[in-house]
Design a protein around this ligand. Structure first.
Ligand code: VTB
Length: 333
């Protein structure tokens, strides 16, 4: 590296840790995939959680789980606030979804992943486990071309104009839920193709960053808030646009959010507020999906495919790995 380039020590550490994160999600994905198609959502999730936590605790970081499996009293592992890592290293925020799409894994349907984000300490939104209204598009569009406070019709038309196509050529990804009946009807009226997914909206948001591969231009609708923060981390790395608003429709949820630091329950979060600092995100396929193939067991070897995004450079790496049974993986049988 030329001498005149100044690299912060934290950046070097983060750079080194990028591959470590891949190991973490690979391990979780392999563990979950042994239960693929067996109809056991909880067991598959638990296997991923165990493997992810074990691997995370070997990393030279002083990590705090900000997005995790739940509150300490309901989730014994990877709960919000749990300290992870060896403790001797940079202070980082950790957001995990060891098995995103547990149902997809249990039914061996496309799109389940093991995913995590690591960011500078105190920079990821500590989102409560509530719903979030989200909008996301990929990179290359003028800032503010879409907005959560505009109607779906306005957003589709604006994105179509920016892309130079007709509104009925904008593919919108929406979660297939009764809460979206009205949204879907509006999009149908515009003639938009709609990609309906049953689960897994972290990838749903990420698809917008790779329209060439995924065919998706925009994410619209309501999904889980913690998943929104992890997806925002990935978008920060690639340069897409996203906004989110927590749905705090009961006094309990508002109180819960308040104790987690949410001062304004109606706040519209910009991408940079969901994930503020430098962030690294890694996702390994569990079942086959449009962007990642699932774990493959091939006699002596196990193959995984992982995407890892890094915000400080915008690098996206796709890592195909071949693991041998003599490694630690056989212990997870
Ligand atoms: C989603 C999505 C997840 O749960 O938001 C969803 O983020 C929550 O919505 O991938 P529902 O309560 O309607 O299921 C998942 O689909 C699975 O965790």
């Amino acid at each position: 590296m030329p001498e005149n380039i100044v690299v912060k020590p934290s950046q070097v550490i983060e750079r080194i840790l990028t591959l470590e994160l891949v190991r973490v999600t690979e391990r979780a994905a392999v563990a979950a995939s042994r239960l693929r198609g067996r109809g056991q959502e909880k067991a598959a999730d638990q296997a991923a959680v165990d493997a992810m936590r074990r691997e995370l605790n070997t990393l030279p970081i002083d990590g705090t789980v900000v997005i995790g499996e739940g509150e300490r009293d309901e989730a014994p592992m990877l709960f919000i606030g749990e300290r992870v890592g060896t403790g001797s290293g940079p202070r980082v925020d950790i957001a995990v979804d060891p098995l995103e799409g547990t149902t997809l894994c249990a039914k061996d349907m496309p799109g389940s992943i093991a995913v995590m984000a690591m960011a500078e300490g105190g920079t990821l939104l500590a989102a409560p486990d509530v719903y979030m209204d989200k909008i996301a598009i990929g990179p290359g569009y003028p800032k503010g071309v879409v907005d959560l406070d505009r109607t779906p019709e306005e957003n589709v038309r604006a994105l179509a104009a920016a892309k130079g196509v007709a509104p009925n050529e904008i593919t919108v990804l929406v979660m297939d839920r009764p809460r979206h009946v009205e949204l879907i009807a509006k999009l149908r009226a515009l003639g938009c193709p709609i990609r309906l997914i049953t689960d897994g909206d972290i990838m749903g948001v990420i698809y917008t960053t790779m329209p060439g591969e995924s065919g998706v231009d925009m994410y619209l609708g309501i999904g889980a808030a913690p998943e929104g923060v992890i997806a925002a981390g990935a978008l920060r790395c690639i340069g897409g646009q996203m906004q989110g608003r927590l749905i705090l429709d009961t006094p309990e949820k508002r109180e819960r959010a308040r104790t987690m630091g949410v001062a304004d329950p109606d706040k519209k979060y910009e991408l940079q507020e969901l994930a503020r600092g430098d962030v690294v995100v890694a996702a390994t396929g569990v079942t086959d999906g449009p962007l990642l193939h699932g774990v493959r067991f091939k006699g002596e070897t196990i193959e995984t495919e992982t995407l890892v995004w890094r915000s400080s450079t915008g690098t996206v790496r796709r890592i195909a790995a071949e693991h041998r049974e003599m490694g630690k993986f056989h212990l997870e049988r």
